[in-house]
Ligand binder design. Structure first.
Ligand SMILES: Nc1nc2c(c(=O)[nH]1)N[C@H]1C(S)=C(S)[C@@H](COP(=O)(O)O)O[C@H]1N2
Ligand SMILES: [Mo]
Length: 416
């Protein structure tokens, strides 16, 4: 574990309590990690220094840590529902290995596979030789709301609440522009991404990776944002935790396809055989080879909606209660959130919420409502409909990895 940040060390834990504490004690603050790696980086820019770098507490993060090493952290829901663009200090982090420390000056992205010539690009080349492009897109983990599945039967992994989601303005270069420069062969159907981080899902070390169909990259010019190789997030260089110096941003797809610390892009006729395509990020119930090989890799995220406020367990007075949250249109297709509805009687009757914030493709929509709660009210429930008439199921069957929870979101409350 040399030359990498392993999450939080003792010093940062002590110091962070001195910085700022939000919420009711359950939320801890995460120190920001500073860019810039040690010397002796290898060809990809990956640090090979034996020196363990100290976490820099330049910024404090408003995140609750679910797992320290590898790091998984999510924001408080009331923080999340505050703005359409999620600030970097509130943006969830999902890592499968330690954060690689990468030296930007020696970093190179290699592009290979079914292309006429293997090519590589330095960060400066990507910045200077291609059109700088910004997109706004929501990123969400396939495991968002996993904790609700764990109430049915335990699910391994970070116990995500509904906070594994965020919307950012990503800036970088369009993957289509890069592939246009390298050229791709006719047989090419899939773009593989591989990160520079080492993960250990089982015994062996594997690089985090995955692929997307090439037609997503070349999608005809619609209003939808294109696939980006991003070096900035909300106008700042990417932070190490979010993929510095370069990451993929694949709008509409589960977060796992937006590979961070991008080292290699390959173009092939087949989907990637990376562990995170074949042995993870699938809906399976049985942990058997047949189940894993029989299921398709997850691609687009699904229509969803979540109540961010009031919090679960809130004590409310009878009368009108302000409710806020987010809704997410399905990732694939050019669909929007059409309506968001709330129920205070267990789903017997529904009243509409007001959609606020922008209505942009592959982006969440924030909403708010005032609903009348009675002494008999035991929960608030939200559900959404999309522009094609799609809706959310009241309940969902359990799956082994707790992915794609998009059932009605129910928040227990007491009134009195
Ligand atoms: N290289 C690499 N890329 C990665 C991951 C990772 O562990 N390693 N995690 C993925 C998952 S599962 C998610 S949900 C998103 C999270 O991005 P964020 O940490 O910037 O929010 O990154 C994706 N890209
Ligand atoms: Mo994820």
């Amino acid at each position: 574990m040399d030359g990498i940040i392993e999450g939080l060390d003792r010093e940062t834990i002590t110091r962070r309590t001195a910085v700022k504490v939000i919420g009711a004690g359950a939320l801890s603050l995460l120190p920001g990690c500073q860019a810039g790696g040690p010397p002796n980086a290898d060809a990809s820019g990956l640090a090979s220094s034996k020196r363990k770098r100290k976490t820099n507490i330049a910024t404090s993060k408003r995140l609750r840590v679910l797992s320290r090493s590898p790091l998984s952290a999510e924001p408080a829901l009331d923080d999340l529902a505050e703005s359409f663009i999620t600030s970097v200090d509130r943006f969830f982090i999902h890592n499968h290995g330690a954060i690689p420390q990468i030296d930007a000056s020696s970093y190179v992205l290699s592009v290979g596979g079914d292309i006429p010539h293997e090519e590589s690009f330095t960060l400066d080349q990507l910045r200077n030789d291609f059109k700088k492009t910004s997109i706004v897109a929501t990123l969400t983990c396939a495991g968002n709301r996993r904790d609700e599945f764990s109430r049915i039967a335990p699910v391994a992994g970070a116990q995500w609440g509904p906070g594994a989601i965020g919307t950012a303005r990503w800036t970088g270069v369009l993957l289509a522009d890069v592939l246009r420069k390298t050229g791709v062969r006719r047989s090419s159907r899939h773009v593989w991404f591989e990160g520079l981080d080492e993960t250990r899902p089982k015994q062996e070390s594997v690089r985090f990776g995955g692929s997307i169909p090439l037609n997503v990259v070349y999608r005809p010019k619609t209003a939808q944002p294109g696939v980006l190789l991003a070096y900035e997030m909300n106008g700042q260089p990417l932070e190490p935790a979010h993929g510095f110096p370069l990451r993929a941003v694949v709008p509409g797809f589960i977060g796992a396809r937006s590979v961070k610390w991008l080292g290699r892009i390959m173009v092939h006729a087949e989907p990637s055989d990376n562990h995170y395509m074949t042995q993870d990020f699938k809906l399976v119930v049985e942990d058997s080879n047949a189940a894993w090989s029989g299921a398709d890799p997850l691609s687009g995220y699904l229509l969803n909606s979540v109540i961010c406020e009031p919090a679960a367990g809130a004590k409310l007075q009878p009368g009108l209660v302000a409710v806020r949250g987010y809704a997410l249109p399905p990732g694939l297709g050019d669909l929007r959130v059409h309506t968001v509805e709330l129920s205070v009687d267990g789903g017997d009757s529904w009243r509409p919420a007001t959609l606020r914030s922008h209505d942009a493709p592959q982006c969440w929509r924030l909403w708010e409502a005032k609903v009348p709660v009675r002494l008999s009210t035991t929960s608030l429930i939200v559900r959404a409909h999309d522009s094609a008439g799609g809706d959310q199921p009241p309940r969902l069957p359990w799956n082994r990895r707790g992915y794609q929870n998009h059932s009605w979101h129910e928040v227990p409350v007491t009134v009195g």
